[in-house]
Design a protein around this ligand. Structure first.
Ligand SMILES: FC(F)c1nnc(N2CCN(c3ncnc4sc(CC(F)(F)F)cc34)CC2)s1
Length: 494
């Protein structure tokens, strides 16, 4: 059993954020196998004590954060929990005696048994989306885990049993495992969303499911052990309540993400880079690259390693621009996000990203139009054809996302804000967006989808085109006609 080494023991009792960082540094720099269970228990205990602790716990005021005293974490407390985890996992699977020569690889049965061991020890019913349910501390002290937490616990369990081939696979809204000699086996190990039957034990869908955003076109983040540490650090939740964060927890998360960044473990993990960007925007670390560069690095990572099939890097960046009133740049990021989603079929498992696009289209963009059309300035985005082009690219991507999908995306609730937005641009601005028709052999859709639908609509920056589509389904034809008729009626009234 990996677990406690003398160096770890020497760092106890944990009294400060700095000593937590020292333990992570040791595991990441001095060992080939950072101990996922140990690290998760430690950060879970710290997070719990600072966010769910006793409300009248002594508040440290004006202490430098890194040395601000934590409610002391005793070695034996952590060791007890660690041994409890090991006992639960060991008790559930009878692993064949370690055969020193041959490396043992996990089997689907083994992975399923570990998943069952975690699954069957969870509380009967609890609010699954609550905060602070992601760590093994939550599991071992409260028998509660969220869907990410179950996946992480299974990987930590397999590590504790000596299976170094079992690794976490992450999409933007789901988690599963890869395993086997060539890491080519996959297995569901947790649930997804509400009211969906879990598919635990099954391999990851290759069929229709594979074309949904949920499985990112088989371009998930495949974690190394250190990237699994990055996932548990990303999952740290500093929120105290709906409006406040415990700043010591946010500081710990930020410092651990920088440690992982410096060691190169975030290079292929766009969402972790985005998380670090968000933290840096709130409170920048002197001497570090600024948050807008981090958001750009997350996009580069997704483009270089995941065939640009991830949406969140663009919505991280778009959110940053929006919060900083850089509206032209926000439109560009959101149009780029839409260029990703247009390559997918919409499935009912994609609610999370649907909500993301709905909020952008029906809350954020209308807010920008309101702000921009109240003040009058020559520099207004309403005067910029490239902003109009980005908006069209944004909406067109959502239309194309719907094309060929079993589930509709758009409904009349989308059309009103859309037409309202588009009509804020004067005719002479709209006229400057040159509409260029491209052949339909662009790389707009994943191969299968293009064949299914023949032509596709496409737009690159300000070349917006709607190719003739004999079978464009009625929803977006209505939408496009709504836009066209609105635009034309404006011209007539000019
Ligand atoms: F697009 C921006 F506005 C976003 N802001 N926060 C975003 N998050 C927060 C962080 N987050 C994540 N950050 C690191 N790693 C992972 S792995 C994962 C899927 C699952 F939870 F494992 F199922 C989610 C996720 C999900 C996306 S996107």
């Amino acid at each position: 059993m990996a677990g406690f080494r003398d160096i770890d023991r020497a760092l106890f009792p944990i009294k400060s954020i700095t000593s937590v960082i020292e333990i992570f540094k040791h595991h990441l720099e001095r060992t080939s196998e950072p101990d996922l269970a140990l690290l998760s228990i430690i950060v879970g205990a710290v997070e719990n004590s600072l966010t769910c602790g006793r409300p009248n716990a002594p508040v440290q005021i004006c202490e430098p954060i890194e040395s601000s005293r934590l409610p002391s974490l005793e070695y034996h407390t952590i060791e007890l929990l660690y041994n409890k985890f090991y006992t639960i996992i060991k008790g559930a699977v009878d692993v064949p005696a370690k055969n020193t020569t041959k490396t043992q690889y996990a089997t689907r049965e083994l992975v399923k048994k570990v998943s069952d061991a975690v699954w069957n020890t969870l509380s009967r019913s609890y609010y699954k989306d609550r905060a602070h349910l992601q760590s093994l501390y939550s599991y071992l002290t409260g028998n509660k885990l969220d869907c990410f937490g179950v996946a992480f616990a299974v990987v930590a369990g397999c590590q504790a049993l000596g299976f170094t081939d079992v690794h976490l696979a992450l999409s933007e809204d789901h988690a599963w495992v890869v395993f086997g000699e060539t890491s080519s086996e996959t297995a569901e190990i947790t649930w997804h969303g509400k009211g969906n039957e879990d598919k635990r034990g099954q391999e990851i869908g290759k069929g229709v499911a594979a074309r949904s955003w949920l499985y990112v076109n088989n371009k998930p983040v495949i974690c190394t052990r250190a990237m699994e540490v990055a996932a548990l650090v990303s999952a740290i939740n500093p929120s105290l309540n709906a409006t406040h964060d415990a700043y010591e927890v946010a500081y710990l998360q930020q410092e651990l993400l920088w440690l992982l960044y410096d060691l190169g473990h975030l290079t292929k993990y766009p969402m972790a880079i985005g998380n670090l960007g968000d933290l840096e925007e709130i409170s920048s670390t002197s001497g570090r690259i600024p948050c807008d560069i981090l958001f750009r690095e997350a996009i580069s990572s997704a483009r270089n390693y995941y065939d640009n099939m991830h949406v969140y890097p663009y919505t991280y960046q778009g959110g940053y621009f929006y919060r900083n009133k850089m509206y032209k740049e926000a439109f560009e990021s959101w149009a780029n996000a839409s260029d990703v989603i247009r390559k997918y079929n919409y499935s009912r498992d994609d609610e999370e990203i649907y909500k993301e696009f709905l909020e952008i289209a029906n809350e954020l963009i209308p807010h920008i139009m309101k702000v921009e059309s109240s003040g009058f300035s020559a520099n207004s985005i309403l005067k910029k054809p490239e902003c109009f082009a980005c908006l069209l690219r944004f909406y067109d991507g959502i239309c194309q996302w719907e094309e060929g999908s079993a589930t509709p995306v758009l409904h009349i609730g989308w059309a009103k804000p859309l037409v309202n937005t588009i009509s804020k641009f004067d005719a002479e601005v709209r006229a400057q967006v040159n509409i260029v028709c491209e052949s339909n052999n662009g790389d707009n859709k994943m191969e299968q989808k293009t064949q299914a639908n023949g032509n596709t609509s496409c737009l690159n920056n300000n070349n917006y085109c709607i190719s003739e589509k004999e079978n464009r389904n009625n929803t977006d034809t209505d939408l496009i006609h709504a836009i066209e008729s609105k635009v034309i009626s404006d011209e007539n009234s000019e």
